[in-house]
Design a protein around this ligand. Structure first.
Ligand code: CA
Ligand code: CA
Length: 109
């Protein structure tokens, strides 16, 4: 018998790859906004990945749960300071060999 071992040749894939959410400026910190979703077609530890905010949130206004991809408001928003956010979120394989990743866009307005 020959058993073929899995190699990490597939990055996590977002589905969908873009999201949008309307946010009220008086939303309380730690309010849940939306959940991004991704899947990885490898097996074992090669299909494990974590979510992170990759770009678009220099002020740290948002926070993402690394395991489940739930996006939260982290700090109070002020529409008069900034009315639109375009975040790039990333799903990255956590295995030791290859850190494959993909990106998705989240528009908040
Ligand atoms: Ca594979
Ligand atoms: Ca993978």
């Amino acid at each position: 018998m020959i058993s073929i071992q899995d190699y990490n040749d597939n990055p996590p894939v977002f589905n969908p790859v873009s999201y949008s959410v309307k946010v009220r400026e008086d939303v309380i910190p730690e309010a849940f906004l939306l959940q991004v979703t991704a899947t990885d077609s490898d097996t074992g530890s090669n299909q494990d990945f974590k979510f992170s905010i990759y770009d678009g949130d220099r002020e740290g206004q948002f926070r993402i749960d690394p395991e489940y991809g739930k996006l939260y408001v982290h700090r109070k928003l002020d529409r008069e300071t900034r009315a639109v956010y375009l975040l790039t979120v990333r799903a990255t394989n956590t295995g030791v060999w290859r850190k494959l990743f993909n990106l998705a866009k989240v528009l908040g307005f």
